[in-house]
Design a protein around this ligand. Sequence first.
Ligand code: GTR
Length: 384
Amino acid sequence: MGTRLAWIFCAMITPALTLAEDDLKLPDPLADAQGKPITTAEAWEKEVRPRTLELFREHVYGRSPAAPKWDKAASTFTPLELPADSGMSATDCVLKFPTPKGQLEVKLRLVEPKPADKPVPLFILINNRAPDLADLDKPNEFWPAAKIAKRGYATAIVHVAQFDPDKNEGFKDGVHALYDTQPRKPDSWATIAAWSWGASRVIDALSTRPGIDPKKIAVIGHSRGGKAALWCGAQDERVALTISNDSGCTGAALSRRIHGETVADINKGFSHWFCENYHRYYNKEQELPVDQHQLIALLAPRLAYVASAKEDDWADPLGEFLCCVHAGPVYRLLGVTGLESDKMPEAGGHLHGGRIGYHIRPGTHNLTLVDWKEYLDFADRHWK
Ligand code: GTR
């Protein structure tokens, strides 16, 4: 404990973070299978990136099935009535996908700015909270659709329960009922991976919509939804900007810091979120073949954003920041800057200049208007 406090103190006063590396013994994100650091973008793309993805599949999130073909003809898009001066249009979409055991139906609400003279970027929010956050008659901070539209962005909200209800019932419902075969394997996908896979199904459909710019699709999630957003962005390279809002343990926080929620805590509290293999690492973080900075590295050179809340100690804000710092070598190898600085901002501050954005907001665990403003500012800076 003493060492950890001393380390936090050092990290706060010095921009150099070599001590963190020594202390945490993080896996080198650029190491090949023999442990030797690679030096070319090609080796990253062909060798280390696929291997890193496989390690996360096998040991953490589990393996998801291949994408089904979106059934465009069977899907429906129903416009909602909104006041003419609302500055937006809204559409209820019901997407259909054939699966091995019947049809998957995905419902979502899409809000687009109006008028729009060219295709616009899209923010897909993975909603792990109440379904009525999608209700446009009840404006809320979690999905401030009208405000997002006013900034010139489209946004869609999709509820996680239709992919997999957030409960441990032995993987009998949601997409597991449509895909899984028994017995389950130690690396079978679980709930977080099902949500990530679901967000990719939304991209299947909305990336073909004429009003949407398919090169500017962001996937965002809060907390458990943020873990899902990161895993979605890691696997699905159509995601141009991946946003983790307070995702914490097995999201954007380094597991080896053992601060706040640990691998044992999360697996005991939510035994249905990750694959069975991940349960082998209770109090054995050092034995994990990957740590979460490598998940951010899988987003490189695409845009990534990690946000923390100052009082959200359970999610380990410093661990989330360091995760971004330690993804940096991969961004650099690919010729771009990850975080623009290794120095953690004070609460209220942000880093928007690099391909990895970061902010820490005063206050507690939540997705708020303050967070959304930061995300939209970051998107403006990199996309407009
Ligand atoms: C907590 C859990 C976190 C986080 C959070 C949430 O109870 O320990 O990992 O996901 O729930 O989703 O709000």
